[in-house]
Structure formats: C-alpha cells, structure tokens
Design a protein around this ligand. Structure first.
Ligand code: BG6
Length: 466
C-alpha cells in the first residue's frame, strides 16, 4: 500500500440508511476487487455490538446486491465497532483506541448534517484528526451561511486537500463522460455557446416517493436534496470553460467559475411542487410546504452562455425514473423546407441520456426517400462500450479515491459556497407548492415556466427521438 493511502476507514452513521444502502455494498465490492485491506471501523450511537453490526452488514448486502461469501468473510474480519454519543468525548477516545495506531485514517461522516461540526470537533479533540482525511456527505450545509460555518469548522481541523465533499453523481460513469466527451472532442466547441445553443433542459425524475425519509426530507426538500448539488454539478460540467491545464485543480476552478456566473434565483424562476399524499407520509407535517418537485430556470451570465436559459427539473413520484440532459440547438436561419422544424420544435439537439441506458444522441433531420423535400427526425447514438466486468458503483469509486487522497471527483469549498449563493435567495422566499398527482410529470405550472422556449421533454425509456 502507498504510504499516503489511508490505513483505516472510519464511518460515522454505521447503523444508518446510507450505510445500509450504499456503504456496505461498496465496501464489499472494494474488498472483492482487492482494493480494501485496512481496518473498517463503524461508529454509531445505537447501543449495538460488533456482532450486531456484522449481522446488519449481511442484511444490507442481502438486500443490496447480494452477499459474496469470501468478501463478506473478509469484511466481517476487518470490521470494528465503536458505540457512543457524538457529543461525548469518551466516544472519540474509544475510536482512538480502535484506530490502534493508524497514522492516516479516513473519517466518513455518513450522518445527519446537523452533526458534522460536532463530530469534526470530537475527532480533533481526541487526536483522531492528525494527518487524517474526512469525507463529508451532502448536503454540505443547508444554505450559504451554514455552508460557510461548516467549511470554517472543517477547515479549522483539516486542510482543504484532506476534505472530500461527496456528491455521488460525480462518481457516475455517465457524468464523468460529460467532461470527457466535451474536452476529448473538437467538433463540439464551435457550437457550444450562445450562438448555437437555444436552451438546455435537464430532468432527473424518480417514480417513487420519499420512502421512509420523512424527517430528512422535511428539513431538506428537492432543491437542497438534488438540485443545488447533483443537477448543478451536471450544469457545471456542461457549461465550464476548457481547463487550462491537466489536473483536477483546473477542472475545479472552471466549475467554480460557472457557479459564480450563475444568476441568483428569484421566486419567479422556480416552480415548487408536492405530490398528493406527501403530507400523510410518516414524520411529515400535516401542513408541510416542503417541495418534492422543483423546476427552475437558470441563467449563466458568462461570455459563452449569456441569454441561454437552463431549465432544471426534478421530483419524487413522477411518471418515470429517468435522467437526461437535452441541449437544444437553434433552428436553421431560414426555413427552406416546410418541415425544417418538426412539431416538437426540436430539430437539432444533443441528448445526454443518463439513466437508464446511458448514451449520447445527436438529433438531425434526414430526407425521406421520394420526390418531396420532407424529412424525418433521427437520432445518431453514441453508446459506450460495456466491458464484461461489472462497472464500479459511484460509492466504490469515490471512497477509494478519498482513501488514496485523490480529490478529482469531489467538490471544493468555494464551489459549494458559490452554488449555495445561487439558490440562497429562494430557500425562504418562494411561492407555495403546487400539488401534483403521483406518477405524473409534476404540476402544470412547470410547463408555463419553460413555455417561452418550448416544452419539457418527458423521456420515456426505450423511446428513440425526443
Ligand atoms: C440522493 C438524494 O442524493 O440522490 C435522493 O438524497 C435521491 O433523494 C438520490 O433519490 C438519487 O440518486 P441516484 O443515484 O439514485 O440517481
């Protein structure tokens, strides 16, 4: 193992939802690949024992991808457990003992954001932070002020290059491909600007509700949960200027500049929705105004993007679970053929199909055989090769990178704050939610938001041509 590689993996929130759904499966997969051979220390305040945590880990794997007998045996052997309250210094003393002399541990805060500062300070006081790394789950803060405060606390203990702010979207192959596709090709650059792009729209919809996360969702809502982070990260990769040199610092700087150029949102830029039935979910207020759907119109006031609207939409309990970006190009300058612009208004566009079946599609009009000059809409598909080996899931990739000290796929302090600055004005000042039916495409008011530039594309898995 490289001397700079972490020599212990500590995860706070070991008995929680994220650990159950994502962390145990990622750890088992990393062990199976031979990439994780260090003590794994779960911390929680659940009154559990190590055996109980092992049982829980098995149960997590049974429900999330399956148990691999060999890898699970190793995971069980590597697993340790520290139980205790995060407010109690003794918890961190026990953690120090469990670390057993590890010199470069990585601490993963898979806990409620309200506890981040307490845990970071507990780590520092007990001497567990020296030469250590920290991985912080999103949402990083809940507005600009709290993000700044949190950054201050974390930075008072860890240097920036030891802080890994996770946004798991950055660990997804199809998102990494946006960066690659944009800058490994030359044909895109001439049209990738306000002269050729009419608008950009993005949909990230889920066909299920908030499940058992009522308490979390009530303090979060869709804008904070997925838009300020996941969707904004995609916008940044699509909108950024070419990095001036190789290396991730240049990418981080260019992405940050996109957030800094985004125009802060106003209430009219936003349509908030709530699915019918949300207020009956456990731990949800009977009169809740928290949005489970959000659509917004965004502008990036830069040389490249001035005047181009970016429409972002996400929601729970929508018609389909899909994710895509549609970059609509301007129509030809004159309509030489009656059908140059099809009924949908979309002739030429680039479509980044992110989920399911990731692909990039380029749409064009092609003449139909015959005397008439009429045509059809076609999509030219670029589909990545899928090697036989199972793809690395985002959490495996990101946890492995953090342990190796590689910050390429994490977010920087200034970028997080700049992204909060965009949404901050509408976190408190906004119009009330509009109700929408479960399994629909959200409230109709979202259609009015985009009307000046066409309509939403409601992606249907398997459907060719938007
Ligand atoms: C999480 C949000 O960050 O991302 C969830 O908290 C959301 O509400 C999830 O469902 C979506 O991630 P993915 O990878 O399933 O698209």
């Amino acid at each position: 193992m490289n001397a700079l590689h972490s020599d212990a993996f500590v995860f706070f929130g070991a008995t929680g939802d994220l650990a159950y759904k994502k962390i145990f499966p990622a750890l088992q997969a990393m062990i199976r690949r031979g990439d994780l051979d260090i003590p794994i220390i779960g911390v929680a305040r659940a009154g559990w024992t190590l055996d109980k945590l092992r049982e829980h880990a098995r149960d997590s794997l049974e429900h999330n991808g399956g148990v691999d007998a060999d890898a699970f045996a190793k995971l069980s052997a590597q697993l340790r457990y520290v139980d205790g309250d995060y407010q109690d210094a003794a918890t961190f003393d026990r953690l120090k003992q469990a670390l057993n002399g590890a010199v470069r541990p990585v601490h993963y805060l898979a806990i409620h954001p309200s506890m981040f500062a307490t845990v970071v300070q507990g780590l520092a006081k007990a001497g567990c932070a020296k030469d250590a790394r920290v991985i912080v789950e999103k949402p990083f803060g809940r507005d600009l002020t709290s993000a700044r405060e949190l950054n201050c606390v974390v930075r008072s203990v860890f240097p920036e290059d030891s802080i890994f702010r996770i946004d798991h979207y950055l660990g997804k192959e199809e998102i990494m491909n946006i960066l690659y596709f944009r800058f490994a090709n030359s044909f895109l650059e001439p049209i990738w600007n306000r002269n050729y792009v009419a608008s950009v729209q993005m949909t990230l919809s889920e066909d299920f509700g908030i499940k058992d996360r009522g308490a979390f969702y009530e303090t979060t809502g869709c804008l904070r949960d997925v838009i300020q982070n996941h969707l904004f990260q995609i916008v940044a990769l699509l909108a950024m200027e070419p990095p001036s040199h190789r290396g991730y610092a240049a990418v981080h700087s260019q992405k940050t500049e996109v957030f800094q150029a985004m125009r802060p949102l106003k209430p009219d830029d936003l349509v908030r929705g709530q699915y019918v039935g949300y207020r009956r979910e456990p731990d949800v207020a009977k009169n809740s105004d928290v949005e489970t759907f959000c659509a917004l119109r965004l502008f990036i006031d830069s040389w490249r993007w001035e005047g181009v609207p970016w429409y972002l939409r996400s929601g729970k309990f929508m018609r389909e679970k899909v994710a895509e970006v549609l970059v609509q190009l301007k129509p030809p300058p004159s309509r030489l053929f009656a059908d140059s612009v099809p009924a949908t208004g979309r002739a030429n566009y680039l479509r980044f199909w992110l989920y399911p079946n990731p692909a990039i599609a380029l749409a064009a009009r092609v003449k139909r055989e015959g005397k008439e000059f009429v045509g059809d809409q076609r999509e030219l598909y670029l589909v990545g090769e899928r090697p036989g080996q199972e793809a690395e899931a985002p959490y495996e990739r990101l946890l492995g990178d953090a342990m190796a000290g590689n910050g390429a796929l994490f977010t920087r302090e200034d970028a997080v704050e700049a992204a909060w600055a965009v949404v901050d004005p509408v976190l408190k000042t906004h119009h009330p939610v509009h109700l929408y039916k479960p399994y629909s495409w959200g409230p109709k008011e979202a259609d009015a938001l985009i009307a000046a530039d066409g309509c939403w594309h409601n992606p249907v898995p398997g459907q060719v041509v938007a």
